[in-house]
Design a protein around this ligand. Structure first.
Ligand code: MG
Length: 159
């Protein structure tokens, strides 16, 4: 079996009065939301980069430029679906993914099961193959000041 790994990172600014899309769901208890050209789902963007990286298919900005009006306000689940298609075209399937969200508020733990339920079928894997973790930044830096949110992801793919 041929296996590859990839890593991804993304960051978005947070702003009061915006919807917060994260891990394919809308957080109903968020004091701020992420700013971006698309729906600014930082977790899906990091995940897409991990998957694209594993397959050596460049990055999410290469395929879905943030200057392209087609992607304005786009649901990031579309990007993940397209990334999975790009991988499948080269014969790659997802093994497992592991992600970490870095955010001060709200608490992410209550939302993780819902995120896994949404993301697993998009990647054609069991929920058990989708790990999502969260940490605060201990009130330090731009995440600590609640100015931004970031996410890291690693992905294993195989064929
Ligand atoms: Mg992004």
């Amino acid at each position: 079996m041929n296996i590859r790994i990839g890593m991804g990172f993304d960051v978005h600014e947070l702003e009061t009065g915006r919807d917060f899309f994260l891990g394919g769901i809308k957080l109903q208890d968020a004091p701020k939301g992420a700013v971006g050209h698309s729906d600014a789902d930082v977790l899906i963007h990091a995940l897409c980069d991990a998957l694209l990286g594993a397959a050596n298919l460049r990055d999410i900005g290469y395929h879905f430029a943030n200057t392209d009006n087609r992607w304005k306000g786009m649901d990031s689940k579309f990007f993940l679906t397209e990334v999975i298609k790009l991988l499948a075209d080269k014969g790659w399937r997802v093994g497992n993914v592991d992600c970490t969200i870095v955010l001060e508020k709200p608490k992410i733990n209550p939302h993780i099961d819902a995120m896994k339920k949404v993301l697993a079928p998009l990647m054609h894997v069991e929920e058990d193959a989708v790990s999502i973790k969260a940490t605060t930044n201990e009130k330090m830096g731009y995440v600590g000041r609640e100015e931004g949110v970031c996410a890291y992801a690693v992905a294993l793919i195989h064929k």
